[in-house]
Design a protein around this ligand. Structure first.
Ligand code: BGC
Length: 608
């Protein structure tokens, strides 16, 4: 009897505790809403428009503008660095934050950065494989860990907001941002989006996490012929069925921001697309965070139309600030924009600032700088490198290479450059070509593991034909948005390997040397002949700062795990249409299907 009574009391207490916890959560959100409403009531129109403005940290008189124009956010991307060391970066942003806190209402700033595969704007940070590689690894737990580390290293350099993840579904491999996205599969993308948003945001009030941005809404990777910022001609059903699910998931995970896309959707600029931005994203999906514009969108995509369509914060950079602020002011005066729309935008921005706890905790912690590029982070990055590699061919089981092999020749400039191995958005916007601080590369990895003689032949002119095996590393040079589109006037990027790189393979294969080809690329390339010519062929994507991890798989310390996140094209002619030869055009047979990837079958427990 007594025993039952005791159980009853404990059960009751548990119930009360559980419901209190739920209530606390609800209360927290309710309290935030009350704070947002009270603060909004105090704000002048100038202060409201100011909150909706984002500028660059190095702009002339940035500090003055924070005070006089009530700026809501600061961006860092390509351009002058905020300082030399991480402490300098923090100091720069702390100074700007102090400036904001001195304004009449003391509303703190959001500091946003293009940290798209690690805090890649800071040399010395951990740089992970680009998302296409993470799509190949398809390991949500790993993606969450990576996002956590990215958040931490971003905070350590002064940021509370990242413009990541890109959750596009690319339909044409000619698109120059294909590697920023996880996969052509909606399902893989949605699963990894969930992990990424979780990892970045964690508990938002904690200042080791950051607000994430799902981008670019919507159709960025689905333009006709893969043109960045081009025209997307999908039907509403196709948009909903193919592209929307990752956004639904991101919103479910409470992503703080969504960035609008450069492309048009059936003739309407996505920045001015009210039906998709407001009705679908904010209405149907119930997104209550910030819709941020992309670069200089106010002057590029329709002035006040973009505000009316649902843009809440404007990247008013490089001369756009006064155009935006004055334009919106006028728009309100002449009835083009309603005060209710402006209030809604400001509420969304304030809501996120409260959720981030910035009013109580506005600065980055200086103690965090020791986290940048630390060993434990690089161990995770190296795991991602290994898991992202996809084995496409392994004739006569030439792989794994025996560590005791007498002579190995490593061929190709890509083998000896972490810059080339990292792709765009690495140190610089369009990437970098040399080795950068804190990184390793494939050649170093081979040198570490191989016990025999390793020689390096950067351009296949040294004729090491007595080698037992040639590891030939070829691929693309780094590129980012616009400049990375195949067909863009600024470049000579192509769907195939360059003649020079084909020659690297042929030089050694023609002499009968066994050839293992490692392809470094931001997209699948048409390499049908090159695969035929070589004994083993690996898609290693863009591994980032831990390139030496590639060797650990080549020599069999670990097995291959990666599976193709895109179907792999066979012929250049397959690209005649609007979309690439991927899963979604059944008339074209790929060389390898989505999900393809070999393993070392004969191995064994020794392999991890
Ligand atoms: C890109 C975005 C990026 C922004 C800020 C734009 O050009 O499309 O992805 O976040 O620049 O650098």
């Amino acid at each position: 009897m007594e025993n039952n009574y005791f159980k009853y009391v404990v059960g009751l207490l548990l119930l009360i505790m559980l419901s209190c916890k739920e209530k606390m959560k609800i209360n927290k959100e309710e309290i935030i809403e009350q704070k947002v409403d009270s603060l909004l009531k105090l704000m002048t129109l100038e202060e409201k428009i100011g909150q909706m403005s984002q500028i660059r940290h190095f702009e002339k008189s940035a500090k003055k503008q924070i005070s006089s124009k009530f700026i809501g956010s600061i961006i860092h991307t390509q351009g002058p660095l905020p300082g030399k060391t991480a402490k300098d970066w923090q100091k720069k942003f702390t100074d700007l934050q102090k400036q904001a806190l001195k304004t009449r209402l003391g509303i703190p700033l959001l500091f946003g950065v293009d940290a798209v595969h690690g805090q890649n704007t800071f040399e010395g940070a951990t740089i992970f494989p680009h998302n296409i590689g993470l799509g190949a690894a398809n390991n949500p737990h790993l993606v969450e860990e990576i996002a956590k580390i990215t958040a931490l290293e971003s905070q350590a350099t002064g940021f509370n907001w990242v413009f990541s993840p890109c959750i596009a579904i690319p339909l044409n491999e000619k698109w120059g941002r294909i590697y920023e996205a996880f996969s052509e599969s909606t399902q893989i993308t949605a699963n990894l989006t969930r992990a990424s948003v979780k990892g970045h945001q964690g508990d938002l009030t904690d200042n080791t996490t950051v607000m994430a941005t799902a981008k670019h809404f919507i159709g960025d990777g689905a333009t006709d012929y893969g043109v960045e910022g081009g025209e997307t001609t999908l039907t509403k059903d196709q948009v909903y069925n193919l592209l929307l699910e990752p956004y639904r998931v991101a919103v479910e995970e409470k992503v703080g921001a969504v960035m609008a896309s450069f492309n048009t959707m059936n003739g309407i600029s996505m920045h001015a697309h009210k039906a998709l931005l407001t009705d679908t994203l904010k209405g149907q999906l119930k997104f209550d965070g910030i819709v941020v514009s992309d670069w200089k969108a106010y002057s590029r995509f329709g002035g006040n139309d973009i505000i009316n369509a649902g843009i809440d914060m404007v990247m008013a950079v490089d001369g756009d600030l006064s155009k935006f602020q004055e334009g919106l002011h006028k728009g309100l005066e002449n009835g083009e924009v309603s005060l209710a729309r402006i209030d809604d935008a400001v509420k969304r921005i304030l809501r996120q600032k409260f959720r981030l706890n910035l009013f109580d905790n506005p600065f980055s912690k200086t103690s965090l700088t020791k986290e940048i590029g630390k060993e434990q982070h690089r161990i995770i990055a190296k795991q991602a490198v290994r898991e992202s590699m996809v084995l496409l061919k392994n004739e006569d089981k030439i792989l794994p290479i025996a560590k005791e092999t007498k002579k190995i020749v490593v061929v190709g400039e890509h083998a000896n450059s972490s810059g080339l191995q990292s792709g765009g958005w690495s140190i610089n916007w369009q990437g970098t070509k040399g080795n950068y601080k804190g990184s390793t590369n494939i050649l170093e990895g081979i040198n570490k593991i191989a016990k025999g003689n390793v020689v390096y032949d950067a351009d296949a002119t040294k004729n090491h034909f007595d080698a037992d095996v040639a590891i030939i590393v070829v691929g693309e040079i780094p590129y980012a948005e616009f400049f990375g589109d195949i067909g863009h006037e600024s470049n000579q990027l192509q769907l195939t390997l360059t003649e020079k790189h084909k020659k690297y393979i042929n030089t050694y294969a023609d002499k009968g040397v066994k050839t293992v080809v490692v392809l470094i690329s931001g997209r699948p390339l048409v390499v049908t002949d090159d695969i035929d010519k070589s004994d083993a062929f690996i898609a290693a994507w863009l591994p980032g700062s831990e390139g030496d991890g590639v060797a650990e798989v080549l020599f069999g310390d670990y097995n291959f795990k990666g599976k193709l996140p895109h179907s792999w094209p066979k012929y250049v002619e397959d690209y005649k249409g609007k979309y690439g030869p991927n899963f979604w055009d059944n008339s074209i047979e790929p060389l390898f299907k989505l999900g393809y990837g070999l393993q070392y079958l004969q191995l064994k427990s020794a392999l991890k």
